[in-house]
Design a binder for this molecule. Structure first.
Ligand SMILES: CSC[C@@H](O)[C@@H](O)C(=O)COP(=O)(O)O
Length: 356
C-alpha cells in the first residue's frame, strides 16, 4: 500500500526512529519482524522492529498489529523469530515450544493467529532459515486469499443488490492493514469500487481503539472511495436511514454451524440488516473457519482491560467505582448471515458451514 503523504519512521522495541523507508503492514527484515504500528495511524506512519517474541506478543496485545489475517502472518513470522532467538540464545527445544505456544495464545478469538503458528511448525525442525521461508510463504498466501475474497464477494453483492451505485456499511478495519493487501470486507468494497458499482461506504467507528475511524477511513480516503463515519451506536439507525444496500464485515472465527465472531458491534448490525431486509455478508479467508467448534458458544471471546471503557482521551471519564464489561468481539448467529465468502467458495447454506 502507498503511504506517501504521511510521516514515516521505524522503531525498535517500541521506540520511534524516523526515516524515509516505507513500512510494510508486516514483513521480515534483518532477522526481525517489522510491522506498521497501527496504534499511531493515521497521524503517523511508523514501523516497529520487533526482535523478540516478547516484543511481538506485546505488539499483538496492544493492537499495534491486528486484524485476523495479519495476526496469522504475525503468528507465522513469530515462529521464525522464535527459531532465530532460540539459535542465538541457546534455548532448549522445550523452552522454544513454550514461547511458540505463548505467541499462539497472545489473543484468543482470531483463529488465524494459531493457524499461522501451526503452518510454520513443521519447518521449525529444520532451523531458522526454513522457518523464515515457510513464514514468508504463509504471508504470500494471506495476500492471495485477500484478493480472491474481494472478487468473489463483489460478485455476490452485485448479484444480490443490483448494479448500484451501492451504499455498503462495514465495521472495524478489514482492509490492507488487516490483510497485508486489499482486504476481506474492505476488499469486497474495493473490488466493487473497481467495477464502478460503489456509491458510498458507511464506516462504524469501532471499539476499543477506533479501528474504523482511524484505519478504515484512512484506507478508504487513499483509495478514493467516498465514505461517512458514524459512531457505533448510530450504526443500526444509519443503516435504515441511509438506505444501505448491504452490510459486509470480516470475521475472527467462524464455527462449524456458521456462527461468526467479529468485532464487538457486529451482532447489532446483523440484527438491523435482517430488520431492513438487506444482505449481511461475512468475508473471511477459509482459514478463519474453525470446524472444531460446533457453534458460536464455544468461541473464546476476548475480554480486554476495563480502562478502555472507563477512560477516554487518556483520562478517566466514568466514576471511580464504575466497573466495565469490555468484550472485544461478539457472536453473530448463522441465521442472520446471508452469505459467507471465502477465498475458495461462497456459502449460503442456512445450515451453515457444517453442511459444506
Ligand atoms: C480482515 S480482519 C477481520 C477481523 O479481524 C476484524 O473485523 C476485526 O474484528 C479485527 O479486530 P481487532 O481487534 O482490530 O484485531
Amino acid at each position: 500500500m502507498s503511504m506517501s503523504d504521511a510521516p514515516r519512521g521505524t522503531a525498535a522495541g517500541g521506540r520511534e526512529a524516523r526515516d524515509t523507508a516505507t513500512p510494510p503492514v508486516i514483513g521480515w527484515q534483518d532477522g526481525a519482524v517489522v510491522v506498521l504500528d497501527q496504534t499511531q495511524l493515521p497521524q503517523h506512519v511508523v514501523a516497529l522492529t520487533l526482535r523478540t517474541v516478547d516484543e511481538l506478543i506485546d505488539a499483538v496485545r496492544r493492537l499495534a498489529v491486528r486484524g485476523a489475517p495479519v495476526l496469522g502472518a504475525a503468528g507465522a513470522l513469530g515462529v521464525a523469530l522464535a527459531a532465530r532467538q532460540a539459535q542465538l540464545g541457546g534455548w532448549s527445544a522445550t523452552f522454544l515450544g513454550e514461547q511458540v505456544e505463548r505467541l499462539r495464545a497472545a489473543r484468543p478469538t482470531a483463529v488465524d493467529l494459531g493457524v499461522g503458528v501451526s503452518a510454520v511448525l513443521p519447518a521449525l525442525r529444520q532451523g531458522p532459515e526454513a522457518a523464515r521461508v515457510s513464514a514468508l510463504a504463509y504471508l504470500a498466501r494471506v495476500v492471495e486469499a485477500s484478493h480472491r475474497i474481494g472478487e468473489r464477494g463483489a460478485d455476490f453483492v452485485a448479484e444480490a443488490c443490483g448494479t448500484g451505485p451501492l451504499t455498503v456499511q462495514t465495521h472495524c478495519n478489514t482492509g490492507a492493514l488487516a490483510c497485508v493487501e486489499w482486504g476481506t470486507a474492505l476488499g469486497v468494497i474495493r473490488s466493487l469500487h473497481a467495477r464502478h458499482l460503489m456509491s458510498r461506504v458507511i464506516v462504524d467507528e469501532t471499539r476499543p481503539l477506533l479501528q474504523g475511524a482511524r484505519l478504515t477511513c484512512w484506507e478508504l480516503g487513499r483509495a478514493g472511495i467516498d465514505y461517512r463515519l458514524v459512531c457505533d451506536g448510530a450504526g443500526p439507525f444509519v443503516l435504515a436511514r441511509e438506505q444501505v444496500d448491504a452490510v459486509v464485515v470480516g470475521a475472527d472465527r467462524i464455527a462449524a454451524n456458521g456462527d461468526t465472531a467479529n468485532k464487538i458491534g457486529t451482532f447489532g448490525l446483523a440484527l438491523a440488516a435482517r430488520h431492513a431486509g438487506i444482505p449481511f455478508v461475512v468475508a473471511a479467508p477459509e482459514t478463519t473457519l474453525d470446524g472444531s467448534l460446533p457453534d458460536g458458544s464455544a468461541i473464546p471471546v476476548e475480554s480486554r482491560s476495563e480502562d478502555e471503557v472507563t477512560h477516554a482521551g487518556g483520562r478517566r471519564v466514568a466514576p471511580d467505582d464504575a466497573r466495565a464489561l469490555n468484550y472485544a468481539f461478539d457472536i453473530t448467529p448463522a441465521g442472520l448471515i446471508s452469505a459467507i465468502v471465502t477465498d475458495r467458495r461462497l456459502i449460503t447454506s442456512p445450515a451453515g458451514p457444517s453442511a459444506w
